[in-house]
Design a protein around this ligand. Sequence first.
Ligand code: GLC
Length: 731
Amino acid sequence: MAVLACSRQAGTTVGSSPEVEARVDKLLGQMTLQEKIGQMNQVSAGGEVSNYADALRKGQIGSILNEVDPAKINEFQRIAVEESRLGIPLLVGRDVIHGFHTVFPIPLGLAATFDPALVEEGARVAALEATAQGVRWTFSPMLDIARDPRWGRMAEGSGEDTYLDARMGEAMVRGYQGASLDSTSMAACIKHFVGYGAAEGGRDYNSTFLTERQLRNIYLPPFEAAVKAGALTLMTSFNDNDGVPSTGNTFVVKDILRGEWGFDGLVVTDWNSMGEMINHGFGTDRKDVAEKAANAGVDMDMMTYGFLSHLEELVKGGAVKEKTIDKAVRNILRVKMLLGLFEHPYVDVEAARAVQYAPEHLASAQKSVEESVILLKNDGVLPLKGGRILVTGPLADAPHDQLGTWAFDGQKEHTVTPLQALRARFPGRVDYVPGLRYSREKRDNFADVTAAARRADIVLAFLGEEAILSGEAHSLADLNLVGSQSALLAALKATGKPVVAIVMAGRPLTIERDLPNVDALLYAFHPGTMGGPALARILAGEVNPSGKTPVTFLRTVGQAPMYYSHHMTGRPYNGETLLEDIPLEAGQTSLGNTSYYLDYGAYPLFPFGFGLSYTTFAYSGIGLDKKVYGADDTIQVTFTLANTGTCEGTEVAQVYVRDLVGSITRPVKELKAFLRVSLLPGESRQLTVQLPVSELSFTGLDGKRKVEPGDFQLWVAGSSQEGSPVAFAVQ
Ligand code: GLC
């Protein structure tokens, strides 16, 4: 792939200083080759500290992950600092993906808030709790754009859209690291670099085949934004893209990340992703892949022991230059110094306890849930009125599973489930008959549940998938509600009582077949520790749901991948006949010759950016300050938003743009701005969005990123499928 001439950023992306650089150089100058290589080695620290003492004393470990006990972390640090020759502290890492002890909604749920400030607040909470225990590095945010819900790791990212993903990634970097680096700063790790979410077939770890233009226009921008936000570290991904595994991919790591963006943070492999290059058939043995990773610009090896075992030999044989090692070790020492680890390697074990699950942390987590829940259907049954409530379903009282994937340190004892919260909110009015003990249970008789439903005035069914059914390695080929959950809904519907479904999942499941059996549907993804109280407040009408879909909800898994920012194609769907509409006696007729599915059409169940409210909103007066703009202009977008309903609510107004003609074909729409607007019933407000024309740039046929002149359209709407465009041009 051609390396584009791009101006290298001056200075530093991680906020280093001449003083820090001088300290790094001084320490580096004292290190032996073995000690340098030791810094490049990261090990998982399960078990007793004593098992690692010898390696620590020899300076063979630069970082540990998976130890969170503060006393044990202190002991690891004590040996490294006080019993090794140079006393270099360890960088202690952990997957703090959506909270540490206080667990927030999964990142896909956080993205549904369209509220970067709130997401930043949550990341700050995670950092306060984790750093208090000695964890100073998280392997988050995951920035992988995901457009195939069969991929279980969709749960860990911010969905399908480049712009939303970038805003959420920046927010998490700021939250984890803090406004300025101090003892509560937890180094962010932007991952998985790059294109991992495009795994063919949605099968985790599978190959990807992204072109350079796709990388530059869709997958790289969130990483570049996070680098500009000051991310201290980055993780390479498992996938091979176009035949090259990321951990040995000189183009993306050295040419783009280091060369074009000037990233001077730490690059770590994913777990044994160096070693897995042998499986890929990209290297012959561990020595070979260690050489490839080192020369591609990787600084630290997570759990292959490739660097520790072979780098000395590779340097002495000339296959890897010592200046390459020096560059890697500089990046590592720089992060450790910027985090203040040399001055403060230890934590106060007693003080750490008070930080965990602090009331303000729980409140922040609850607010995140309240803003993340998406109202997908409501035939007037929500908010709850009076009467008896039947709570049912396998996720109504599942304290572990509502935490979602990658919630290692969330303690289920602290989880407040929907059942607990509803019983507290509506004392004496709640009956509970689970119906299904877990999502995959098979039952065809629901006599106990339907009898209870007949005694109730409304049924709340908490359904979805357990945490283990999403996340890493957990791809699904069938996205329907598993087990007998749909049968449960049908049985409940048959009682004639109003039924509200609340889905907890790590991805958008295909719930079209269940919609006729529910009168209302809330999508909560996996909401975390405070899912119960937040859902109780939403169901009671104390909170008006405002979440919007961060990914497209498919009608059936066969539509995957489907996303709003698709290209027009030469034959866009224009309403052709669907299978269900074809007369049975039809002879050989043309069934349309455009881009759609005969059986499921061309549209999803719910589009990107969609979400209902207990009130209604109306957009009007959408206008631009000019008709024609120059490349350096800023477009002033004005519009009026009115709350046309009967209760207060918050709308996520979205601004989309289409570049009608380009040197390459362009998406039919791209999200370029969004804002949350809270309005009282009957209130309307004129709003302005500033959109720099430079935001319309892309990498075109000539490989250069720029705004191409021509005609554009712009929408302001409540989802990617609503609104009418206004026109403008760029000259
Ligand atoms: C895993 C994941 C990565 C995680 C790392 C450490 O395999 O791919 O996201 O941060 O290992 O747990």
